[in-house]
Design a binder for this molecule. Structure first.
Ligand SMILES: *Cc1c(COP(=O)(O)O)cnc(C)c1O
Length: 356
């Protein structure tokens, strides 16, 4: 039996979207390929409220995160982490020989504008990374406030991980001053995994020009220059099936209406949070709780593996806690094309299994 996914990626993908992956192939050096890329870019720009260029990478989101920190750090990067995915940027910097410092907070707390200001004040850093929505803790950081602070430091390239929030919450790239905004297909966008997407500012490109060793496949400058000069094509063969599905899904998203889509996510989040507080507790500080997933503290000491096994027999799947929260928390994703009635059905089944 297919298990309906309520995990924070991969998510359920609509049948018609899946079908687009089976579109007959076109050459990647054709006018059709250029048009497909241009159409996707225009729609992604709407999704992120930006005039910045859009780049696709045939990798998961991690690929573009590594690309950003490696391609654009000239002096030193400041990595702000509120959980596992935030820390990954630091691992990437170390693995690539990029100078970087890690600034962490207690799990369940956000990165604040004040913390970012204090770090940038030192003048040591010319790139920062922030996680918009930390999937391991269920925190959504106040990036609008952080953006205001970063604007005081015009040399700093601002990289933002929106892997688990893009298309599930409003992300205003130009207003917030985000230079590189990264996401991937298999979370709130509601597509199969395998493609990463970013918006990139001129400032980030100028920074990349000053970096000597940017790698090859994930060199953001090389990708950007190809898109600009070669009529929106890529240096290597992109995942054309994903591009067809993405183009189609972006039409669906814009048809739903961005505000409507964000509102639907808000309603699901409010519902799951209220349920979690009634029966358990939240891991995240509620003022900064994510609108695309809820991380629930296992206060009743339930066997989460067993819960998932029983849910599986009924055709559902939720997620265990991530990293050090495994067994101590469980996560319910409410993102992409999931609806409130589906969430209610899932929660009724959990109540039934646990005798709540
Ligand atoms: C899933 C996730 C990633 C990793 O993305 P991949 O597409 O699996 O590489 C990074 N950051 C956050 C916040 C995520 O949720």
């Amino acid at each position: 039996m297919h298990k309906k996914l309520f995990i924070p990626g991969p998510v359920e993908v609509k049948e018609d979207v899946l079908q687009k992956m089976a579109t007959p192939m076109i050459g990647h050096r054709t006018k059709e390929a250029s048009k497909l890329q241009r159409d996707i870019s225009e729609k992604v720009m709407k999704l992120f409220y930006t005039e910045n260029q859009v780049l696709l990478s045939t990798s998961s989101g991690t690929g573009l995160m590594e690309a950003a920190i490696r391609s654009c750090t000239r002096k030193k990067a400041a990595v702000f982490a509120v959980g596992n995915f935030g820390k990954r940027w630091h691992q990437m910097a170390v693995a690539n020989g990029v100078d970087a410092d890690l600034f962490e907070v207690e799990w369940g707390k956000p990165t604040t504008a004040k913390q970012v200001d204090e770090v940038l004040k030192t003048g040591e850093y010319d790139l920062i990374t922030v996680t918009h929505n930390e999937t391991s803790t269920g925190i959504m950081n106040p990036v609008d406030e952080i953006g205001e602070v970063v604007k005081k430091y015009p040399d700093v390239v601002f990289c933002l991980d929106t892997v688990s929030s893009a298309a599930g919450a409003k992300i205003e790239v130009d207003k917030w001053g985000v230079d590189i905004c990264i996401t991937s297909t298999q979370k709130a966008l509601g597509l199969p995994p395998g493609l990463a997407i970013c918006t990139i500012s001129k400032k980030a490109i100028e920074a990349a020009k000053e970096v000597e060793n940017r790698g090859f496949y994930l060199d953001l400058l090389r990708l950007y220059e190809y898109i600009e000069k070669k009529d929106h094509q890529y240096p290597s063969t992109p995942s054309i099936p994903h591009m067809y599905a993405l183009d189609y899904q972006l039409d669906r998203i814009l048809e739903e209406g961005l505000e409507n889509r964000f509102e639907r996510h808000q309603e699901m989040a409010d519902y799951v949070r209220a349920w979690a507080k009634e029966h358990f507790e939240l891991i995240a500080d509620e003022d900064y709780a994510s609108n695309t997933l809820t991380n629930i503290k296992n206060t009743k000491d339930i066997d989460i593996k067993e819960l998932n096994r029983k849910l599986g027999m009924r055709g559902f799947m939720v997620s265990n806690g991530y990293g050090k929260l495994k067994g101590k928390a469980f996560r319910i994703a409410h993102m992409a094309d999931t609806t409130l009635p589906e969430i209610k059905e899932l929660l009724r089944n959990i109540e039934d299994i646990l005798g709540l």
